[in-house]
Design a protein around this ligand. Structure first.
Ligand code: APR
Ligand code: PHB
Length: 391
């Protein structure tokens, strides 16, 4: 059993854990990141790809934005497609000066890993049996196995950044956290295709066959999502069926055609909303998906994770500099204010755009009425736009 010491032990090398480690390093605080998966796995895992301006500013401002600035696609609007017509939500008019950037989450992860390793940071991949102890005292310790040996990492604080299925949230004694949860009766089938996008901007399409989203990753790579059953077996979706369904749900506007190409990756994810409160237990601070999940319709998961760790970095930096606890004490409440705004927005976008089977005609009319309102009222469109680009 080897003992090592660091200032902050971080569990999880997703966007939350890596960005936390990177931001702490810039403030002179040392950390070790422990990741269950391989480096290759986390760098290839295809997830969402929409960055709010604030997230872009955090990445660029902390020196990891070179590739993001060169390769990210800046978008100034999205299209809502329903009732046989497309309706543009024009950010440049509704929320001047604010935009979103399309840049895959795994690219953010690659950039952060490269930056951590270049700075001599410790990111340990393929660790197993991660356990937390001493969270309610002043001496937390993380035990884990790596390269066939047992290790103990002593630290002043633990960053619980191990996603929704991690162990950190479960390390909190029963009764301390309150959970808020909503499961949706559908999931998303995500597809990455080697074909130029058929649209310059994202299309959120609402049809009686279900929801579809046309997104992209680069001028050569398109990303699509189809609303499917939450437990849908991907084996039921050969590429031909995917394209036929995408065409049926996206080619709903006269003359608009979907370009097809080879499918590079596909998979189904269930959709849920989840919040754990508070986001702290003693010396453990939960951040990102470990503390909250949103359905991907509002494209917020990564952005919320980035917000959490910027707040946590400031709080930890104050504590290490002066022993000031006020930032740490305020961490959970500060994050949860934003978390709940985003919870509402993501639930609202999801409810507005998906088909809930069996179809309730009254609810369908309500959805349609709200879609018409969003696309005809500047006030309603501004509300969507300001939440979408990030408050
Ligand atoms: N030990 C070590 N690492 C673990 C453990 C464990 N017991 N359990 C999970 N992990 C790792 C996962 O393998 C993953 O790499 O923690 C990481 C968590 O990363 P994410 O799931 O990406 O979560 P987070 O960093 O909070 O990112 C926020 O934004 O787009 C959204 O949901 C999407 O993942 C995304 C999120
Ligand atoms: C994506 O490109 O992966 C994406 C875009 C918009 C969303 C969700 C996911 O709302």
């Amino acid at each position: 059993m080897t003992h090592t010491r660091t200032q902050v032990g971080i569990v999880g090398a997703g966007p939350a854990g890596l960005l936390l480690s990177h931001l702490l390093h810039l403030r002179g605080i040392e950390s070790v990141v422990l990741e269950a998966r391989s480096r290759d796995y986390v760098e290839r895992r295809v997830r969402a790809g929409v960055l709010e301006q604030r997230t872009v500013d955090t990445l660029v401002g902390s020196g990891v934005g070179q590739r993001l600035l060169a390769e990210g696609l800046v978008h100034h609007g999205i299209e809502l497609r329903f009732g046989g017509a497309g309706h543009r939500i024009a950010f440049e008019q509704l929320v001047p000066g604010r935009a979103i950037t399309i840049y895959g989450q795994q690219e953010v992860v690659k950039d952060l890993i490269a930056a951590r390793l270049a700075a001599g940071g410790q990111v340990l991949f393929d660790v197993t049996d991660v356990r937390l102890a001493g969270l309610d005292g002043g001496q937390p310790a993380i035990t884990f196995s790596h390269d066939g040996a047992e290790h103990v990492l002593d630290c002043a604080f633990v960053g619980g950044c191990d996603g929704f299925h991690g162990i950190c949230r479960d390390a909190v004694p029963d009764g301390v956290l309150t959970f808020f949860d909503r499961e949706y009766p559908f999931g998303w089938l995500g597809v990455l295709a080697e074909v130029a996008p058929s649209s310059a901007e994202l299309i959120y399409s609402c049809t009686d066959r279900g929801f579809a989203l046309h997104s992209m990753r680069s001028p050569q790579l398109s990303r699509f999502y189809l609303q499917v059953a939450p437990d849908e077996d991907i084996e039921n979706w050969p590429d031909e069926r995917i394209w036929a369904e995408l065409r049926a749900r996206l080619e709903t506007v006269g003359g608009w055609q979907l370009a097809q190409g080879p499918v590079a990756e596909k998979g189904v994810t269930a959709m849920r909303s989840f919040v754990a409160e508070p986001m702290r237990y003693g010396r453990l601070f939960l951040a990102g998906d470990a503390a909250h999940i949103v359905p991907p319709t509002g494209a917020k998961g990564l952005n919320l994770a980035a917000f959490d760790v910027t707040v946590l970095t400031d709080a930890l930096a104050a504590w290490f500099a002066t022993g000031d606890e006020s930032g740490l004490d305020a961490y959970s409440a500060t994050c949860l204010r934003r978390v709940w705004r985003v919870q509402h927005f993501s639930w609202w976008m999801t409810t507005l755009l998906h088909t809930f089977w069996p179809v309730d005609p009254y609810e369908r009319r309500l959805q349609r009425s709200y879609l018409d309102y969003v696309c005809s009222s500047t006030a309603a469109a501004t509300s969507l736009a300001e939440n979408y680009v990030g408050l």
